[in-house]
Design a protein around this ligand. Structure first.
Ligand code: ZN
Ligand code: ZN
Length: 110
């Protein structure tokens, strides 16, 4: 029952044989089903688009779940939404539904 459909990286066109793309970035595992991006490009995106977590100070790679905080002057701040970063993240969960997360993903897609 192996999936024989061939996928191609949306950034560089390389063939992607296995989905999700799995990379480890600064100790965090990232699984990416959509968009289809090869490992190398995903790691590049992690390098270029990671944001700082306002809770633990670590970096949050793109395509991972984040809590979004509205900060002053229209800025947005992000926190991890995983258990390693603590329950503080959960307190902000309500902000996720306001479109900010979606917007954040679209920035990476262009
Ligand atoms: Zn690629
Ligand atoms: Zn964090």
């Amino acid at each position: 029952m192996e999936n024989q459909i061939h996928h191609f990286c949306q950034k560089c066109g390389a063939q992607v044989n296995h989905l999700p793309t799995l990379v480890e970035f600064e100790g965090q595992e990232i699984f990416l089903f959509d968009p289809i991006i090869c490992k190398n490009c995903l790691l590049n995106l992690c390098d270029n688009f990671s944001v700082k977590c306002e809770n633990c100070g670590g970096s949050i790679p793109p395509y991972s779940q984040v809590g979004v905080l509205k900060a002053e002057c229209g800025k947005r701040e992000f926190v991890h939404m995983n258990t390693t970063c603590s329950t503080v993240g959960n307190a902000f969960y309500g902000y996720l539904g306001k479109g900010n997360l979606h917007q954040f993903i679209e920035i990476e897609a262009c």
